[in-house]
Design a protein around this ligand. Structure first.
Ligand SMILES: [Zn+2]
Length: 280
């Protein structure tokens, strides 16, 4: 603790080994899901996280590869008797549509549904999303096809900082959001409308002066192409890694600089050895 588990690393097209991009940020008191796709209960169980422990969900933008799992997650929490409220944050564009989507499922008629507290975030830079004992989370608008936010996590016990670009073209907002971060997780879909290449991710990392760059939301499996780490290395001198599903990023100050190990006690279920890295 605190740590981040990558639940998916793929772009909009998931493959056998890589789900759509989403992640869970775990502190002592709060567990925050960043985007919610596919089958969140199974994904969280594979990650060794009890989905009842989720306290907060941040919806970065309303595209299916970031939000499609939300109705199922909420329904399953309800079916299993959740009583505690859950907080859902996002831009008005996203939250309005989440409410419409849930309305199509007539969720207001599901009896004894637990409280869902929606927070509509202003479309301004470095907006405070959540300030709790574990972390301060801020959002900034980024440049995607629809309104979208990148995120900055300031971990209070270690003073380490994680920034996440979300889906975006290169923009100054991401650079400012990532300023001085220990780790930047940046998308690398490829240079196109609303997206960035690995090379452009490296440029953002250099401008922001981050310690380590993780590439995410890239073409995976049979669609993979190019050497993304080498591409990013052309524009960024620091360490570059590919985010992979179930990778654990450790932001605890007490951990050694880098180690490999099993992510959680349940990871043997998945029969793959998890990479766990302590962040600089
Ligand atoms: Zn996406």
């Amino acid at each position: 603790m605190p740590k981040v588990i990558i639940l998916g690393s793929s772009n909009a097209v998931p493959t056998l080994k890589a789900e759509n991009t989403h992640m869970v940020v775990i502190g002592e008191n709060r567990t925050v899901l960043v985007d919610c796709v596919s089958n969140p209960m199974v994904r969280l169980e594979q990650a060794g996280v009890d989905f009842h422990d989720l306290t907060d969900i941040i919806v970065t933008h309303f595209h299916p590869d970031h939000v499609s799992g939300l109705p199922l997650l909420l329904m399953d929490m309800w079916l299993l008797g959740r009583k505690e409220p859950i907080n859902i944050y996002g831009l008005p564009h996203a939250i309005d549509r989440v409410e419409t989507m849930m309305g199509l499922y007539n969720w207001s008629e599901w009896p004894n549904f637990f409280p869902v507290v929606f927070s509509r975030l202003p479309d301004s830079e470095l907006t405070t999303v959540l300030d709790c004992s574990d972390f301060l989370i801020k959002s900034s608008p980024v440049h995607h096809m629809i309104p979208a936010i990148g995120l900055r996590f300031e971990f209070k016990n270690s003073n380490k900082i994680l920034a996440y670009s979300c889906d975006t073209e290169p923009c100054d907002e991401v650079v400012r959001l990532s300023k001085g971060a220990n780790v930047l997780i940046h998308e690398a879909t490829g240079e196109s409308f609303g997206h960035s290449s690995a090379r452009q991710a490296g440029e953002a990392a250099t401008k922001a002066g981050v310690g380590r760059l993780y590439l995410i939301h890239y073409l995976t499996g049979k669609f993979a192409k190019g050497n993304l780490i080498a591409e990013a290395g052309e524009t960024f001198n620091g360490e570059v890694k590919l985010a992979k599903d179930f990778m654990v990023l450790d932001f605890d100050k007490r951990m050694p600089l880098s180690h490999f190990g099993r992510g959680t006690k349940d990871s043997n279920i998945n029969r793959h050895k998890w990479e766990s890295t302590s962040e600089p």
